[in-house]
Design a protein around this ligand. Structure first.
Ligand code: BES
Ligand code: MG
Ligand code: ZN
Length: 489
């Protein structure tokens, strides 16, 4: 589906050729392409500004049916994200025309001052990620994804970068898998279903899969997970995925919040907040999709995925505000608010890692707090860690992949706010301020001395509106970030 190809534009018939154009400089090496750009720039309304677009049909210079020019804006503004956005826009435009193939001309790395592997990676990501439509619940499918995405390169480059291209394709596939899970309506992914879907796809990649069902969760005393699940007719699960390559020296554990629907429980959410709460399993989706992807990529590092899956519902069996429960590691927690359920299922999963695995690093991903969205907006994840190096690695991977992460503090004295008069801890803070921080501090009580980071993805996990290379719905945030990060750890 994703190809690096080196066709002769003068000889080969192409359905649509897309040429990215800068406002202030020719960024291509190929003479034919440069001459086409000069032609396009004679059109008054096309300057190569960001968002500019013009198409020519049946030009004499090339055998392409249509040549589409897309503006990238000023050269100094061109970075990997601009390339992703351009490629995404190109693919979307061609899909809307009901075509089935695209060939994108790759700008010269020297001229845009970005190394070739990064240029290719960005173009492939933008194109691949936009080539996904979530229309399985529509009777009438208006459009189809493209069958082939081609990037125009020189013959030696096609060979040189073929491994890179299969890596990027796999990571995008993982991202799309996470998106699909998140966009799936909550009646089609209740804990049993969602778990089954994770298990089926993980087995295909030969991951070691263990599922703890309600009986085992009770037997092993996962009190916090059970308390959150108590109100739902759908039983909780904990999925453990292991990717264990021969000779691996390091282990990283990934924990993902898997609340398939968060009604808030007895502290029921208001109507406006309820509709999007199918996305509350985005951490779980990112973790499961990352494990599936690292298995495909045959990564060198051992990765364990721990995914508690529950539905948070109000009912006669639901946990009440004021209830005191005993978590897996033995600490008692007063449930100050049943809507702070994410941190409850996470502490049991985290304690399980601490007890069972000799892991150097533990990273959890969770749509944990509305407060984090208030602090950082809808596109940036909050990142918490006591370990400067780990925090920095995450932030750098975030910059590279544009899955942006911003470091947040873990002030010791704020722990005060989580005190309970009756139990070891309260699951909510005694003030309404700094909610993302107090949620992270709550988790920190259970990490022992493992090197730990928590990434609050409540904002970027879900998009109400489509953007350059992502449709409305689940964004798959975290998969590209973690795949990049795991290479470094
Ligand atoms: N799943 C929500 C957090 C959330 C909010 C995710 C908005 C995505 C978008 C979480 O379980 C929650 O309800 N958190 C509460 C915590 C509060 C009760 C301390 C919140 O943020 O209001
Ligand atoms: Mg909640
Ligand atoms: Zn939640």
């Amino acid at each position: 589906m994703l190809h690096l190809s080196s066709v002769d534009l003068k000889k080969e018939k192409i359905e649509s050729l897309v040429i990215p154009v800068c406002e202030d400089k020719d960024i291509h090496d190929d003479k034919t392409i440069s001459s086409l750009i000069r032609k396009a720039k004679k059109i008054k309304e096309f300057k190569g500004d960001k968002g500019d677009e013009v198409a020519f049909y049946n030009l004499p210079e090339v055998k392409a049916v249509r040549v589409i020019f897309l503006g990238l804006g000023k050269l100094e503004k061109v970075d990997m994200e601009a390339l992703r956005a351009m490629a995404g826009k190109a693919v979307n435009g061609v899909i809307k025309k009901n075509l089935s193939e695209i060939l994108i001309a790759v700008p010269s790395p020297k001229k845009i001052k970005i190394d070739m592997p990064f240029v290719l990676e960005a173009l492939m990501e933008g194109a691949c990620l936009r080539n996904h439509l979530f229309d399985k619940y529509k009777k009438e499918k208006k459009h189809k994804p493209l069958k082939k995405i081609n990037l125009l390169v020189k013959p030696d480059e096609a060979r040189k970068y073929s491994r890179l291209s299969s890596r990027v394709a796999a990571v995008c596939q993982g991202t799309i898998l996470a998106r699909e899970w998140v966009s799936t309506p909550p009646n089609h992914k209740r804990p049993e279903h969602f778990t089954r879907s994770i298990v089926t796809l993980s087995r295909k990649e030969n991951l070691k899969v263990t599922v703890l069902d309600e009986k085992e969760l009770k037997l092993k005393k996962f009190g916090a997970i059970l308390a959150v699940a108590a109100g739902s007719l759908s039983k909780p699960r904990m999925v453990v995925l292991e990717y264990n390559p021969k000779g691996a020296k390091k282990t990283v554990a990934l924990v993902g919040k898997g609340v398939t629907f968060d009604s808030g429980g007895i502290n029921l959410k208001p109507s406006a907040s309820l509709v999007e709460m199918k996305m509350d399993m985005s951490g779980a989706a990112a973790v499961a999709a990352t494990l599936i992807t690292v298995a495909k990529l045959k990564s060198k590092i051992k990765v364990v995925g721990i995914i508690p899956v529950v539905e948070n519902m109000p009912s006669g069996n639901a946990s009440r505000p004021g209830d005191i429960i005993k978590s897996y590691d033995g600490k008692t927690v007063e449930i100050g608010n049943t809507d702070a359920e994410g941190r409850l299922i996470l502490i049991d999963a985290i304690s399980y890692v601490v007890k069972k695995y000799k892991t150097q690093t533990l990273i959890d991903l969770a749509t944990l707090t509305g407060a984090c969205v208030v602090a950082l907006g809808e596109k940036i994840a909050g990142t918490f860690s006591f370990d400067d190096k780990l925090a920095e690695d995450i932030i750098l991977s975030g910059e590279k992949t544009h899955e942006r992460c911003w470091r947040m503090p873990l002030p010791e004295d704020y722990k005060e706010l989580l005190k309970s008069d009756f139990a070891d801890l309260n699951n909510v803070s005694s003030t309404r301020y700094g909610g993302a921080i107090t949620a992270a501090l709550f988790l920190s009580e259970f990490v022992g001395d493992i090197r730990w980071a928590h990434i609050d993805i409540a904002g970027p996990a879900y998009a109400k509106k489509e953007s350059a290379y992502c449709g409305a719905g689940g964004t798959g945030f975290g998969v590209r970030l973690l795949c990049d990060l795991l290479e470094k750890l």
